[in-house]
Ligand binder design. Structure first.
Ligand code: SAM
Length: 282
């Protein structure tokens, strides 16, 4: 599995990252006999295979590059895309909050360019499964290509469908819903999740959040949380430590919720209400 190859040396078949001057960087799969052409010259893969990760290599015209193993964040940030994608800032928090882990079954819609699909497939591991729904064939094709490049495609079932038609799966551990109108699908998502399973939606505007909160209430989700993550980078200069000049001010609001099953026992009523569960739909 190229992405997680635990070795200090670059091997044939590994994903590699070349980082040159002024942060110019490239991701490639090392292939014996192949060559990599950049406007800063040509590098033979055979000259990279067998090198220690983290060392410098040079193109045929002497341009320097560091040879590095790309992280999941590097892959996602560099992803060829035709849609808005998720970034590491939100992805990391979503994975941890929903408790996504090895061996799980996780559902997702829409696939988009496959940024979140990549992170989910990576995290559930070889024993896990990701089922990803997308309505547009060309978008799905690009996502499949992206996942194939990272050797993660075998962990993903790509399904081409308008999710208004529902999902084939039940008992999913978690569901990541990234479509403009998540509030239209919370009933279907509930059926696809196991009791206790997590839902996360990412939406950019307040209006969508409001509608989604109403829908979650109507479809008896509980433990609802709404948040937004702000990430600020600093210039790593010990003598002049200060924030960088630019920052991404807004990506989206995250809404988390869990499917719960409130029982009939009146002793549990107060707790059910405390976690936001409503028996009657309004
Ligand atoms: C913002 S993109 C998803 C980006 C993705 N999460 C990523 O990280 O790359 C939203 C996607 O949802 C798809 N979509 C929108 N409505 C849909 C529906 N009803 N059924 C299936 N897919 C849908 C769109 O075609 C689009 O590709």
């Amino acid at each position: 599995m190229p992405l997680t190859h635990a070795s200090s040396i670059a091997h044939d078949g590994d994903l590699a990252q070349l980082v040159g001057l002024r942060h110019k960087h490239f991701i490639l799969t090392l292939q014996a006999g192949a060559r990599f052409e950049t406007h800063r010259g040509i590098l033979q893969h055979d000259d990279l295979i067998g090198k220690v990760w983290g060392t410098q290599v040079f193109s045929h015209i002497g341009a320097p590059f560091f040879l590095l193993q790309p992280s999941l964040a590097d892959l996602i940030t560099e992803l060829p895309r035709t849609t808005q994608i998720l970034y590491p800032k939100d992805i990391g928090f979503i994975l941890v909050t929903m408790g996504v882990g090895p061996g799980q079954t996780v559902l997702e819609a829409g696939t988009g360019s496959g940024s979140m699909t990549t992170a989910l497939a990576y995290t559930v591991g070889p024993e896990g499964r990701v089922v990803s729904y997308e309505i547009k064939p060309d978008v799905q094709n690009l996502a499949r290509k992206n996942l194939t490049r990272f050797s993660l495609d075998a962990r993903v079932d790509f399904k081409l469908r308008d999710i208004g038609q529902g999902f084939d799966e039940t008992e999913a551990d978690a569901f990541f819903l990234d479509v403009p109108n998540p509030y239209d699908y919370t009933a279907q998502v509930r059926l696809a999740l196991k009791p206790g399973g997590y839902l996360c939606c990412l939406i950019p505007t307040f209006n969508q959040v409001e509608k989604t909160l109403q829908a979650l209430r109507q479809t008896r989700f509980a433990f609802v949380e709404v948040c937004e993550l702000l990430l600020r980078y600093y210039k790593p200069e010990p003598a002049r430590l200060r924030p960088t000049d630019r920052m991404v001010a807004h990506t989206g609001f995250l809404i988390f919720a869990r499917r719960i099953e409130a029982g009939e026992d009146p002793r549990g009523k107060e707790l059910s209400e405390e976690v936001g569960h409503r028996e009657e739909t309004d």
